[in-house]
Design a protein around this ligand. Structure first.
Ligand SMILES: NC(=O)c1ccc[n+]([C@@H]2O[C@H](COP(=O)([O-])OP(=O)(O)OC[C@H]3O[C@@H](n4cnc5c(N)ncnc54)[C@H](O)[C@@H]3O)[C@@H](O)[C@H]2O)c1
Length: 335
């Protein structure tokens, strides 16, 4: 299954963030002409410093429909990865801004892509669409795509994602647009913004805590027995590109089905650091749903895709990347 990207005009919305920057890099390698749009609200140009001369980079706000129209014009494929989002601390404390910003971006961008007659459109949904009532136990049953309904996401962030999934479905049905939707489960990898205090996520935060130990405490949010599965960025990009090339028009999980507790995640990071660290637990911090795992039956079947990079290897690569440019990371994230 493949697609010839050579000479394709591609727009990557949110291309200065984690997933967008890696998609842009991969598509440039495959010969596409890439335009990145990002307002740098959480992304940074440092994330794309190596490709800035090869891509067209527009610093602009996709909440503005005129920006979306201008960006989509003449494009063959649009990857929509811009969102107001962050780790569990961020999405449990902010609702209105997340819903307003992300719904605005998605409404504008889909309409702009329709007017521009793009061939294909990719939308980045999330495991956060799944209902809270299926995620109350750490020994959780892995979530299948159809488990999203009856809907009851635990955060506003997930409700916006579900709304936009439905918006994509409506645009497919009413306008015949070719839209592909992935539900990402905890994607991590080496980018400067992963360590942001407000918007960073557990894997990068734990890596930074291990690097900074013993100068700062290694604390885990909650009792650490909450469970998740984590996907390394390289595998994520392979999955996305297979999905975009496929004829699968419904939302599909792109994640890992290896369930770990956050304590186990921390242990792997500590092992990589080579340090002797005894974590503490901060029970005042949010932990999100108690357990969440991805069922990969459909994605294996439909795309022949599954993760190849182990959690240990992905964390090791991210750890080493961070150590190698620690001062720069600290400067970007004000640590
Ligand atoms: N990383 C994950 O684990 C994960 C999991 C589930 C879903 N997702 C989804 O995947 C997509 C990409 O996630 P990511 O991890 O790369 O996030 P990210 O925060 O690293 O990237 C998002 C980018 O969008 C940009 N952006 C935000 N608002 C904008 C606006 N108004 N105009 C222009 N640009 C704007 C940000 O500056 C940032 O660079 C998002 O839709 C996210 O919700 C990610």
């Amino acid at each position: 299954m493949g697609m010839n990207w050579s000479g394709k005009q591609v727009l990557v919305c949110g291309g200065a963030g984690l997933i967008g920057s890696f998609i842009a890099r991969e598509l440039l390698q495959r010969g596409a002409a890439v335009t990145i749009v990002d307002n740098l609200s959480s992304g940074v140009l440092d994330n794309i410093e190596d490709i800035r001369d090869d891509a067209e980079v527009l610093v602009a706000d996709l909440r503005d429909p005129a920006i979306c129209d201008a960006a989509a014009r003449g494009k063959d494929v649009v990857f929509q990865l811009a969102a107001n989002m962050g780790g569990i601390g961020y999405i449990t404390s902010i609702g209105a801004e997340i819903m307003r910003d992300s719904a605005g971006i998605n409404i504008n961008m889909l309409e702009a892509a329709r007017s521009a007659n793009v061939e294909r459109y990719f939308y980045s949904s999330s495991a956060c669409v799944y209902p809270e009532y299926r995620q109350t136990d750490e020994h959780v049953t892995a979530l299948k795509e159809e488990d999203a309904y009856p809907a009851e996401p635990d955060q506003f962030y997930g409700w916006e994602k579900l709304f936009t999934e439905k918006l994509c479905e409506a645009y497919q049905k009413d306008y015949g647009m070719c839209i592909r939707v992935a539900r990402f489960h905890n994607v991590f990898g080496p980018v400067y913004t992963g360590f942001d205090k407000a918007k960073g996520k557990a894997p990068c935060h734990l890596i930074m805590k291990a690097i900074q130990h013993p100068d700062s405490p290694f604390d885990i949010w909650g009792d650490g027995e909450q469970t998740r599965s984590f996907l390394y960025i390289d595998d994520c990009i392979k999955g996305v590109l297979r999905l975009v090339a496929s004829d699968h028009g419904r939302p599909i999980n792109i994640g890992s089905d290896r369930l770990v507790t956050i304590n186990q995640l921390a242990d792997i990071v500590i092992h990589i650091s080579g340090k002797t660290i005894v974590p503490t637990h901060d029970l005042t911090k949010p932990q999100g749903v108690r357990g969440r795992n991805a069922d990969l039956t459909r994605v294996r079947q439909v795309l022949g895709w599954e993760p190849e990079v182990t959690l240990e290897e992905g964390l090791r690569r991210t750890y080493e990347w961070t150590v190698a440019r620690l001062d720069h990371v600290r400067q970007v994230c004000d640590l």
